[in-house]
Design a protein around this ligand. Structure first.
Ligand SMILES: Cc1ncc(COP(=O)(O)O)c(C=O)c1O
Length: 434
């Protein structure tokens, strides 16, 4: 039996509508859905007038006569029409097949729900708060530094035990689930930040499903263009929209998608009361930026593959982690579950930290493309040092056991162009001297 009252009904519908033989929405359809039919107005308002007392009461009861989100026209902390537009587009990009399958089966009740949030961390914390109670346990893989520290906070302050498991090995997840019946969710990133390890989503989902435990996937590094985890059996998907969906480092935002009854009965009350709501302007900006997401991903992934090959062949580079390279330990799996190899590369230089620092400082210069900065998924390429920046909060022993070495450098490939980036990397690897 599941720990979650919503799980069994969802599982039946997931099997009917969500898991799919085709692992990707066709690229042309993806581009068309992302472009949509024009942008919404920016409803830059905190509150919405009711037509009557009965109308106000009906909206609070969640009644919506014309099919819009019931809470999108009461008060912007609860929802907003501009955000609703963004949510609809994201929903289609992750779940169009679920919509199609459910409509074909004349399904009357909504299957999946979506909420846009003020940051990726707002989406992740809302989902986790909606999943756990004191005394519950979680399984987590190698995750982004703030997700890692959020899990440690849940453990230290709220009595939720976290089992840190190598989720790239589905058998280890299975073993941990078997030994720990109080586990209420499995949480992972694939590709993970920053080692770019890939988890077999279908295999982990099957292990979790056997125990009636939901699988949460942070799909930020892939974006919905490269990977659609519901098709592989995930139950809940979260994103930092700050990254590829925005694509220009112009806003902080996130979103969560999951079984409708989980989102409505468990996530929405957290959302309403904790207030992780995005501003209407940021939702509009993300609705604008998502329109060319697929085309941006195509271009940056193409560059990333060339750059990864260049780095792998470079005498000063010790090791390259890129799922699109044949040398990546899960290359075949990545090719199966992702449309392309992604636009993130991590690598280690021969000689360790000294040349790595020199390379990163080179990109801090004004006359080089790329920036020495955290974040990712932008038109601008970024280079950063996970051990002292994005993952500085992960205890050193855990960091090292997960492959986040002191020498590891993370690169987010943007849209400057392959030749320009390769030329600059070559220049930087020579110590910044021509
Ligand atoms: C994989 C991943 N998930 C979540 C986040 C958090 O997103 P945000 O900064 O939008 O809160 C990040 C940020 O770097 C990330 O890399």
């Amino acid at each position: 039996m599941s720990h979650h009252a919503w799980y069994d009904a969802w599982l039946e519908r997931k099997r009917k509508y969500a898991t799919a033989a085709e692992l990707q929405l066709a690229a042309g359809r993806f581009h068309a859905l992302a472009a949509g039919k024009g942008l919404p107005a920016i409803h830059q308002t905190s509150t919405f007038p009711f037509h009557s007392v009965d109308d106000g009461a009906a909206r609070f009861l969640g009644v919506s006569k014309s099919g819009e989100k019931p809470f999108a026209r009461i008060y912007t902390r609860l929802g907003n029409p501009t955000t609703e537009h963004l949510e609809r587009v994201l929903f289609q990009l992750e779940c169009q097949h679920i919509i199609d399958n459910a409509l074909a089966a004349d399904e009357r009740t909504p299957t999946i729900g979506v909420l846009a949030c003020a940051s990726g961390m707002a989406a992740i914390s809302s989902v986790l708060m909606a999943l756990v109670r004191t005394g519950d346990e979680l399984i987590a893989g190698n995750v982004y530094g703030c997700t890692d520290s959020l899990l440690r906070t849940l453990e230290a302050r709220f009595g939720v035990k976290v089992h840190w498991v190598d989720v790239t090995k589905a058998a280890e997840v299975e073993r941990c689930l078997e030994a720990n019946p109080r586990v209420v969710a499995v949480y992972l990133e694939s590709p993970d930040n920053p080692t770019l390890a890939i988890s077999d989503l279908a295999a982990v989902a099957a292990a979790a499903e056997a125990r009636r435990v939901p699988l949460v996937v942070d799909n930020t590094f892939a974006s919905p263009y490269l990977q659609q985890p519901f098709r592989l059996g995930a139950d809940i998907v979260v994103h930092s929209l700050t990254k590829y969906v925005n694509g220009h480092s112009a806003s902080i935002a996130g979103c969560a998608l999951g079984p409708f009854s989980f989102m409505q009965d468990h996530v929405f009350p957290i959302y309403k009361d904790f207030g992780p709501t995005p501003s209407p302007f940021d939702s509009w900006l993300n609705a604008l930026c998502v329109q060319d997401l697929g085309h941006r991903m195509e271009a940056s992934c193409r560059s990333a593959l060339e750059i990864a090959r260049f780095l792998e062949a470079h005498p000063r580079v010790q090791r390259v982690h890129y799922p699109g390279l044949a040398s990546h330990p899960q290359h075949a799996l990545a090719a199966r579950q992702m449309r392309l190899g992604g636009a993130m590369i991590s690598f280690e230089l021969r000689g360790g930290m000294k040349p790595a620092r020199r390379l990163m400082n080179f990109f801090a210069r004004k006359d080089t493309p790329m920036e020495l900065a955290v974040s990712l998924g932008s038109a601008v390429s970024y280079i950063e040092h996970p051990a002292s920046m994005t993952h500085a909060g992960v205890p050193q022993a855990d960091r090292l056991s997960r492959g986040i070495t002191d020498e590891l450098v993370r690169l987010s490939v943007g849209l400057e162009g392959t030749d320009i980036l390769i030329d600059a990397l070559g220049w930087g690897l020579q110590g910044g001297r021509r």
